[in-house]
Design a protein around this ligand. Structure first.
Ligand code: WQD
Length: 338
């Protein structure tokens, strides 16, 4: 199949491009590089020894997108492109709504014009409300507590409404839990701009000496050790989930959501300990105040994806830590340096 991957130069996008190429699909990437580096796609091609098409364009550029659909007989789209920083979305909500929602509308209009009816959308566990009890099933109540999460929620609803007008369409909403890790080659990985918001990249930057100490945001939650519990999932497992979702979309119609998680909860301190044991690196930390908006516990019920997509995560927390460190230690400054 010919698959258009929006945001394909990003962390999850680049890992998904590898799996698509390895499964014999042709890949076309559109990415404006606002939060990614073209070197990731160079490495995707060297890892797979296969070529892909890359357009450094913005999804808001209707003419550019039209040209891509004109040039390539696209069979399906995997849509990653979008801003994703929770804190930034609170400070600049209009920028998030404009970028994430408007670009999706332009993508859908273009798909419809060219008769492309298969879409896999990068959603997030953030669409589950703060009070949802874990393990979280897909039919749990939905609500978002920040503009970023609301863009994911609104886009899910937009896609459901759109699917109802196109009986032949197949739209898959993939709700990621906490993606971590990197390809085993260590050539691609998570490369956050500035100070990392997420736990694992902060841990790896402390381990490499790029950051001095990890702040553990609160140890007074109602969890085993008082620190936040999350469902960390290896980015390669996540990427394979997209390939499975794509294949499933050609055997089904309608719009449906699937959790991509392991179903296991790991606390902040458990992750730090697992990282130190897996890598031999020391991660000094201090306990600080809770981060506003954090929940105590959040992990998936992954059974629906296992049953319907024939997919489940297989990589454990040790492999996640080893692969995260392998990338970070080989590329202390991410893609900035060769
Ligand atoms: C994990 C745990 C923190 C950093 C976020 C987004 C979500 C999704 C995944 C996009 C929590 C603790 C963190 C640090 C810490 N992204 N922590 N010190 O918040 O579960 O989810 O990323 O879809 O939308 O909200 O992930 O990695 O930020 O935090 O103690 O320096 O680590 O309190 O318990 P989170 P996270």
């Amino acid at each position: 199949m010919k698959v258009l991957v929006t945001g394909g130069a990003g962390y999850i996008g680049s890992h998904t491009c590898i799996e698509l190429l390895d499964h014999g699909h042709e890949v076309i990437v559109i990415d404006n590089l606002s939060n990614s580096h073209p070197r990731s796609l160079e490495r995707v091609q060297s890892i797979t020894q296969k070529e892909l098409f890359f357009y450094e364009k913005d999804l808001l550029d209707k003419e550019a997108l039209n040209q891509i659909f004109q040039t390539h007989a696209i069979d399906a789209v995997i849509h990653f492109a979008g801003y994703k920083a929770v804190g930034e979305s609170v400070e600049q909500p209009l920028m998030y709504y404009q970028n994430n929602i408007q670009s999706t509308l332009i993508l859908c209009e273009t798909m419809q014009r060219y008769g492309v009816h298969h879409l896999v959308f990068s959603s997030s566990a953030t669409v589950y409300g703060m009070d949802t009890k874990s393990p979280i099933p897909e039919n749990a109540p939905l609500s978002a507590t920040n503009p970023y999460g609301r863009t994911k929620l609104f886009i899910e609803e937009i896609l459901r409404d759109w699917a109802l007008t196109l009986p032949e369409s197949s739209i898959t909403l993939l709700r990621y839990f906490n993606p971590v890790g990197a390809h085993s080659s260590g050539l691609i990985g998570e490369d956050p701009q500035g100070i990392p918001n997420n736990l694992m990249p902060y841990v790896t930057q402390v381990a490499s000496g790029r950051r001095e100490i990890l702040s553990v945001f609160g140890n007074d939650y109602d969890t085993l050790d008082g620190t936040g519990v999350r469902d960390y999932i290896h980015v390669v497992d996540l990427a394979l989930g997209h390939v499975k979702a794509l294949e499933h979309s050609f055997k089904s119609t309608g719009c449906d959501a699937y959790n991509l998680g392991t179903g296991n909860g790991t606390s902040v301190l458990e992750l730090v300990k697992a990282f130190e044991q897996a890598t031999g690196q020391n991660v000094p930390y201090q306990i600080t105040d809770r981060r506003p908006g954090d929940v105590a516990t959040c992990f998936a019920n992954p059974n629906k994806a296992k049953l319907e997509l024939s997919w489940e995560a297989t990589r454990d927390i040790v492999e996640m830590c080893k692969d995260s460190w392998n990338w970070q230690s080989k590329h202390p400054m991410g893609y900035q340096t060769s």
